[in-house]
Design a protein around this ligand. Sequence first.
Ligand SMILES: C[S@@+](CC[C@H](N)C(=O)[O-])C[C@H]1O[C@@H](n2cnc3c(N)ncnc32)[C@H](O)[C@@H]1O
Length: 231
Amino acid sequence: MNDGGPHSVPGAVARAYDVVARTYAELIPTAGRDGDPEDERDLAMVRRFAGSLPSGAAVLDAGCGAGRMITYLDTLAPLAVEGCDISVGMVRQARKAHPQRQFAVTAMSSLPYGDRSFHGVLAWYSIIHTPPAGLPAVFAEFQRILRPGGRLLLGFQAGTGSRQITNAYGHDVELTAYLHDIRETAALLEGAGFQVCEYLFRAPTAAERSAQGFIRARKAEELTRGRKPVW
Ligand SMILES: C[S@@+](CC[C@H](N)C(=O)[O-])C[C@H]1O[C@@H](n2cnc3c(N)ncnc32)[C@H](O)[C@@H]1O
């Protein structure tokens, strides 16, 4: 899939994250500590996502990177989290951090999971290298693998346009980062069969270049006559 920018093809994203993987894992192994990128308001969205799931829920961390949000989710609720990422280097780090978990190396637009496999999908800053035109394919996969009533949480840099990244975590890379308009992204989710439960659009902190966007959504229940929702 060529999704728009010169460095946004999955191969380029995977190569860039392969290069930074070990440093990324060392610098930001979890969330919620002093100096971590997330604002308290961002983490509150993650807590509400976790709180909306049944105990033991199957959750996919889509674009899990080195697994830091799995480490954070583990502090919140008993969840059966697995991860996937396009970068084999990131997945290697995630496996090291969570040897008991399942991981797959895959693009989010083509997931190796069955229909209705998960109660929840977290995509935390993993749609940021997909241009808006590439999002419907990703959201269709999230919709397919979620159970009816299943929950989705997106975190991303909010706005419009893109920028080229040539250095990340002290490494030379060639990568495109896309900002996503929060209303357009919410509309794409609705077009994919999600209902938006809550969103947060916040101004950048001193450490950030752009506004941040978070959308919590649920897959619409199937209202087939005589059939009850799964949960
Ligand atoms: C900024 S990192 C965030 C990682 C992790 N969610 C976190 O919060 O630390 C973005 C991650 O998304 C992955 N990624 C980007 N585009 C992807 C795609 N189309 N399919 C799967 N993974 C993708 C990258 O390889 C990278 O590990």
